[in-house]
Design a protein around this ligand. Structure first.
Ligand code: ADP
Ligand code: TYD
Length: 207
């Protein structure tokens, strides 16, 4: 039996890792084998690429940046995610190709469709069974991050308008693929969101 690939998307500070952790714990308690992953940085190679793409000082050309995310993704899917799903395991991942479309497309320099096509090539078209979008006003996401840390990576440091475009990009993606996406308001309580996620995931487990 094939497993499941579930991704969490949303702006910085929207609660992705909180919810990914709660869903993993719930599934593990129910006896499923769960693999946690994230992009960028789900593999050893990915950790090195993550350091470059998020923390390297100096300009990275937009197409180079998009290709680094795609390289991280190609290696993560080929070596970790696809094999786990083929073994029947459940992979829960923070961010996937929708992040590339929303963030790299939001810079207005790259065409969102081309960004998506690069990721589809990189992963041989591997798509999530379910994507949970935690939709959050970018100002609130920023406030949450401000409380949690003092240092920002390259994208977190972008302007307010950039993050507003990221949010709009995500909502457009969810609208285009309503069957794959579950959109939840990230300002609901952690438990309310977790319950909605469980309700959506539960019927997938039977199949
Ligand atoms: P992300 O992985 O999307 O960056 P996190 O899960 O790390 O987000 O959460 C960012 C911060 O917001 C953390 O301090 C977390 O405890 C808090 N947080 C997460 N979910 C909620 C929520 N529903 N309401 C209020 N605060 C939240
Ligand atoms: P993330 O690991 O979620 O950040 P943190 O753990 O600090 O909350 O993501 C790091 C950043 O990478 C985030 O700002 C969004 C960006 N990103 C892209 O721009 N494109 C991508 O394809 C991915 C996967 C992430």
């Amino acid at each position: 039996m094939a497993g499941l690939f579930i991704t969490f998307e949303g702006g910085d500070g929207s609660g992705k890792s909180t919810q990914a952790g709660l869903l993993s714990a719930w599934l593990t308690d129910a006896g499923h084998t769960v693999v946690r992953s994230r992009e960028p940085g789900g593999t050893d190679l990915g950790v090195e690429l993550r350091e470059i793409v998020l923390h390297r000082k100096g300009h990275i050309a937009p197409r180079a940046e998009a290709l680094i995310y795609a390289a991280d993704r190609a290696h993560n899917i080929a070596t970790r995610v696809r094999p786990a799903v083929e073994r029947g395991e459940i992979v829960i991942q923070d961010r996937y190709l929708d992040s590339s479309v929303a963030y790299q497309g939001a810079g207005r320099v790259l065409d969102p469709k081309e960004v998506r096509d690069i990721s589809l090539w990189a992963t041989e078209g591997f798509m999530p069974d379910l994507t949970i979008l935690l939709d959050l006003d970018e100002t609130i996401g920023r406030e949450r991050l401000d409380e949690a840390r003092t240092k920002y990576d390259r994208l977190e440091a972008e302007e307010h308008d950039f993050h507003a475009r990221v949010r709009a990009g995500y909502l457009a993606l969810a609208q285009a693929e309503p069957d794959r996406f579950l959109v939840l308001s990230a300002t609901d309580s952690i438990e309310t969101i977790a319950a909605a996620v469980r309700a959506r995931v539960n019927p997938l487990l039977a199949g």
